[in-house]
Design a binder for this molecule. Structure first.
Ligand SMILES: Nc1nc2c(ncn2[C@@H]2O[C@H](COP(=O)(O)OP(=O)(O)OP(=O)(O)O)[C@@H](O)[C@H]2O)c(=O)[nH]1
Ligand SMILES: [Mg+2]
Length: 380
């Protein structure tokens, strides 16, 4: 499928950049990648071409310390201008839009609802939001920033401090509420779960963004490579069926395993045929990555059984993609999710050196969102 990615605000721009870098060489799935911010420095640090960067909000009296409400008004004012900026690319060819933002700040979260609404009005394609959730240590000085568990009293290590964002939880909750009913679906990445003890978001954001971008590419690049067609192609309408159009909360899972291929064995890739892969070896690799994908760490912690729908994409060098094992993996996901809303597909990557499984769990319930609501009530 063809995805149009738009990053807004600091986190959004960095994540959009990471998705661009994660596009497989033999499988393009991006129409365009755009980055929008009020902050020129963030835009400059991306590798997105100049024509696809857009700074907005100058001359409208915005301040560095503006709050979410002021930035929401600004988002309303500038939504049409942002739509026009997209005409530098080919938004009409997109099968879907993905707006990346970090919830917790003011700019991305303030702009996203108005931008999503404007895109929904202008285009028929679904508009998904990719949203990070803030870590507790950003807004709660008593939250764990050391290594003594979730109720630690230690504050962020000296020298490692990041300016606190006391409004991060309430901003995140307010933006989530505004997206409800506007976004086709909201894919969440919870920074809290991905930060290690003592780390700040800035310490770890590049690693987090790479992890997230890899999952996004695995799900949306779907299908085959440009010269190897999948047995069972996942297309834009399959993704649409799974993500839905009712602002479902979505978590992504992922598992991979390195495998030996002729090019990894002989280095230069001079041998175009893969070595023979033992069936049992291929089956075991697929089983392993599917299990990791379903039961390993998700982008948003949740019980997979609460999901209403699910998608499994198994990818890798074609000779490793054992059809029976993939069908078995889909049944495993089906029995976890329950109901009939599970789809599966394969994604041959002739040049790949890993077998991977990407899992989409849509319509999940997550205690983390409840925790953020409670924190927002406390800090309001
Ligand atoms: N995963 C990830 N999260 C980030 C990153 N940068 C920031 N965040 C998170 O996103 C939230 C919002 O930060 P920014 O995106 O910098 O904020 P903004 O949208 O530019 O809004 P302002 O407050 O006006 O600067 C933070 O509270 C962090 O939780 C990033 O690169 N990756
Ligand atoms: Mg910013």
């Amino acid at each position: 499928m063809q995805l149009e990615v738009i990053g807004v605000g600091g986190a959004g721009c960095r994540i959009a950049d990471a998705i661009r870098a994660a596009e497989p060489a033999d499988r393009s799935f991006l129409t365009d990648v755009f980055v929008f911010d009020t902050d020129a420095a963030t835009l400059r640090r991306t590798v997105v071409p100049e024509s696809h960067r857009h700074r907005y909000g100058q001359g409208t009296g915005i301040d560095a310390d503006d709050d979410l409400e002021r930035r929401s008004e600004m988002g309303e004012t500038h939504a049409e201008e942002l739509l026009e900026a997209l005409d530098q690319g080919t938004p009409g060819e997109a099968d879907a839009f993905l707006i990346a933002v970090g919830l917790g700040g003011a700019t991305g979260g303030g702009t996203a609802p108005a931008l999503v609404a404007a895109l929904q009005r202008r285009y028929d394609a679904p508009v998904y939001v990719l949203a990070t959730l803030p870590a507790d240590r950003e807004f709660d000085p008593d939250a764990d920033a050391g290594d003594t568990g979730p109720h630690s009293r230690t504050t962020a290590a000296a020298g490692n401090a990041e300016p606190p964002r006391p409004t991060a939880a309430s901003n995140a909750v307010a933006t989530m509420e505004r997206l409800e009913g506007l976004a086709s679906a909201v894919v969440c990445f919870d920074n809290e779960a991905w930060l290690r003890p003592g780390e700040t978001v800035s310490d770890t954001r590049d690693r987090c963004n790479r992890e997230l971008a890899g999952r996004v590419a695995a799900v949306f690049a779907g299908g085959g490579s440009d010269d190897s067609v999948a047995q069972n192609v996942i297309d834009a309408s399959d993704i649409e069926r799974i993500l839905g159009n009712e602002s479902a909360i979505v978590a992504l899972g992922y598992g991979d395993q390195d495998v030996e291929t002729s090019s990894s064995r002989f280095g230069l890739g001079l041998l175009s045929t893969d070595r023979d892969v033992e069936t049992s070896e291929a089956v075991s690799a697929v089983e392993t990555v599917v299990r990791k994908g379903i039961h390993g760490k998700l982008t948003l912690e949740c019980d997979p059984e609460t999901a209403a729908r699910g998608l499994l994409v198994v990818g890798g060098p074609p000779t490793w993609l054992n059809r029976q094992a993939i069908a078995e993996g889909r049944r495993a996901l089906q029995s976890t999710v329950g109901g009939n809303g599970v789809l599966g597909g394969d994604a041959p990557r002739p040049d790949g050196e890993t077998v991977f499984a990407a899992i989409v769990l849509a319509g999940v319930e997550s205690e983390r969102l409840e925790e953020l609501r409670a924190a927002a009530d406390r800090t309001a």
